[in-house]
Design a protein around this ligand. Structure first.
Ligand SMILES: [Zn+2]
Length: 250
């Protein structure tokens, strides 16, 4: 099931318009899929990651979750790089590439997992992508695909206007497409649902613009390597999930 090694390649941000072509990729030796998740805030990347984990049993390594857990448990034995990164984050600074790379290198067991891994939040820059490629090739592993979830700006704005987040467990809901069973409360933990300040349309446009500018070089880098798999998110989460499975030939 994990040993599938051909992908439809899309050439731009609009997969509906691109000609599908198939390229053979040599699968990693252990057959596990190693995928990178990309997608602007509000396209539903987190939901897709959850669906994919449940559908194919792949593991997930989110650097955002990793840092949040490290910050929440400062007494745990953290590496020097992790401690340095926590300090940078608490000062409101970006964590530099070399620090992020060192942290991921310390977590190689997650990348080696034969169940495969979905990388979320890493790589964020071309130097990080380059380092990742090196790290994996040392282990005779590789990136099997870069899932790039895309949605036009106005649709993201509309979608985020309907987003509500649980104060307790941070799960998100959509008032129309994924409403909670009980209005105003989380299905999972019954916490209060609220609208984030940065989900307001003006703030969303600024975030999307920033995301596009920051991610453009990375998208270009993976596109050149024929590893970019752009997936249109304008359907329901389930429809997008099916497109993902099709694109991965699963
Ligand atoms: Zn909750």
């Amino acid at each position: 099931m994990f040993n599938l090694n051909t992908f439809d390649q899309c050439s731009g941000g609009n997969p509906a318009q691109c000609e599908a072509s198939v390229r053979q990729l040599p699968a990693s030796l252990d057959g596990g899929l190693r995928l990178i998740l990309l997608g602007a805030p509000g396209v539903g990347k987190g939901t897709q990651a959850d669906l994919l984990r449940r559908a194919i049993g792949i593991t997930q390594f989110s650097t955002g979750d990793f840092f949040r857990a490290a910050i929440a448990d400062p007494l745990a034995p953290h590496s020097a790089a992790t401690m340095a990164a926590i300090r940078r984050i608490s000062e409101g600074c970006l964590v530099p590439d070399d620090m992020v790379i060192e942290i991921v290198r310390g977590e190689m067991h997650r990348l080696r997992n034969p169940a495969g891994v979905l990388l979320d939040g890493f790589p964020r820059t071309v130097p990080q992508a380059h380092a990742l490629e090196e790290m994996l090739s040392e282990e005779q592993l590789q990136i099997d695909g870069v899932l790039n979830y895309v949605l036009p700006t106005e649709k993201v704005v509309e979608r985020l206007a309907h987003r509500r987040v649980c104060r307790v467990c941070k799960r998100s809901y959509h008032l129309v497409e994924l409403p909670p069973q009980e209005e105003g409360h989380c299905d999972h933990c019954h916490g209060e649902l609220f609208q984030r300040e940065d989900d307001r349309p003006e703030a969303v446009r600024v975030r999307l613009d920033l995301y596009a500018r920051n991610t453009e070089p990375l998208i270009g880098w993976y596109h050149k390597r024929n590893q970019l798999i752009s997936i249109d998110c304008s359907g329901t989460p389930q429809e997008t999930h099916l497109l993902t499975l099709q694109a991965l030939h699963l």
